[in-house]
Ligand binder design. Structure first.
Ligand code: NAP
Length: 248
C-alpha cells in the first residue's frame, strides 16, 4: 500500500511541484488548496494520468475547523497519514514595519505560523504511536527571509518563517521518540506566483543578480529537497533546515 502524503497549498508553485515529485517517489498524494479548486484538481488529475494516486481537498490552514476537516478527510479516506508538507503560505505587500497595520501582521502569522502549528498538531495525532499511528515525516516551508530578516520588504513574513523554524527544531526533538522526523526547507528566490502579492511582479528578476548561482530557483529544485527529506534516504535527518537558495 502507498504511503499517504498531505501537501498544503498543492495547487501551484512549490506545492504543486512537490505533489508531482512525491507521486513519482511512490507517495499517494492529498493535494490541498485554499481557493484554487480547479488548479488542485488538475494537479491530482495530472498525477493520476501519470499512473500515480491523488485527490484534492480544500480549506484555510489558518482556520482550526478547516484544518480538522482536512485531516478528518485523510483519516476517513485512508485511515493513516505518513507525510505532511506544510507548504501553504502567503507573502504580504512590500513595505516598512512602521507602516504595517495589525491586521496584516496577524494574517501573515495566522497562515504561515499558526497554519503550520495546526497542521503539525493534527498530523501528530495521526502519526504518533501514542495515538495509534506508525510514525512519519513532516517538512515545513521556511524562507531565507527567516535569516535575512526581509528589511524594507516584509519583516512580518520573515518573522513568521522564523517561528516556523523554531517550531521545526522543537517538534523534531519532541517527536524523535515517536518515530516522526520533522525538518524544514528554506527556499531563496523561487520563480512562482507568490511574488505578485508583494506588489512587485518583477521582484524575482530584480533580485536574481544578487544570487551567487546567478538565477532564481525553480519549484522543481525546491521540491527535490522536500521529497528527499520525506524519503527513507533521509532516515537519520531530523531537526534540519536545508537552504535551497542558490547560495543567497
Ligand atoms: P504560491 O505559488 O503563492 O502558492 C501558495 C499556495 O498556498 C497555494 O496553493 C495557495 O492556495 C496556498 N495557500 C495560501 N494561503 C492559504 C491558506 N490560508 N490556507 C490554505 N492554503 C493557502 O507560493 P510558493 O511560492 O509556491 O510558496 C510555497 C511556500 O514556500 C510558502 O510557504 C512560501 O512562503 C515559501 N517560500 C517561497 C519562496 C519563493 O520564492 N517562491 C521563497 C521562500 C519561501 P490557493 O492557490 O488555492 O489559494
Amino acid at each position: 500500500m502507498s504511503k499517504i502524503l498531505l501537501v498544503t497549498g498543492g495547487s501551484r508553485g512549490i506545492g504543486a511541484a512537490t505533489c508531482y515529485a512525491a507521486a513519482r517517489d511512490g507517495w499517494r498524494v492529498v493535494v490541498h488548496y485554499r481557493s484554487a479548486a480547479d488548479a488542485a484538481e488538475a494537479v491530482a488529475a495530472g498525477i493520476r494520468a501519470g499512473g500515480g494516486e491523488a485527490e484534492a481537498i480544500g480549506g484555510d490552514v489558518a482556520s482550526e475547523p478547516d484544518v480538522k476537516a482536512i485531516f478528518a478527510h485523510c483519516k476517513r479516506r485512508h485511515g493513516r497519514l505518513d507525510g505532511l508538507v506544510n507548504n501553504a503560505g502567503i507573502l504580504p505587500q512590500i513595505g516598512r514595519l512602521a507602516d504595517f497595520d495589525l491586521a496584516r501582521w496577524n494574517r501573515t502569522f495566522a497562515v504561515n505560523a499558526t497554519g503550520t502549528f495546526l497542521c503539525c498538531r493534527e498530523a501528530v495525532r495521526m502519526m504518533s504511536p501514542q495515538y495509534g499511528g506508525q510514525g512519519g515525516a513532516i517538512v515545513n516551508l521556511s524562507s531565507m527571509a527567516a535569516v535575512l530578516g526581509a528589511p524594507n520588504e516584509f519583516i512580518d513574513y520573515g518573522a513568521s518563517k522564523g517561528a516556523v523554524e523554531s517550531l521545526t527544531t522543537g517538534l523534531a526533538r519532541e517527536l524523535g521518540p515517536d518515530g516522526i522526523r520533522v525538518n524544514a526547507v528554506r527556499p531563496g528566490l523561487i520563480s512562482t506566483d507568490i511574488h505578485k502579492s508583494s506588489g512587485d511582479a518583477a521582484r524575482v528578476e530584480r533580485l536574481a543578480g544578487g544570487v551567487p548561482l546567478g538565477r532564481p530557483g525553480t519549484p522543481e529544485e525546491t521540491a527535490a529537497a522536500i521529497v528527499w527529506l520525506l524519503s527513507e534516504a533521509a532516515s537519520y535527518v531530523t531537526g534540519s533546515v536545508i537552504a535551497v537558495s542558490g547560495g543567497r
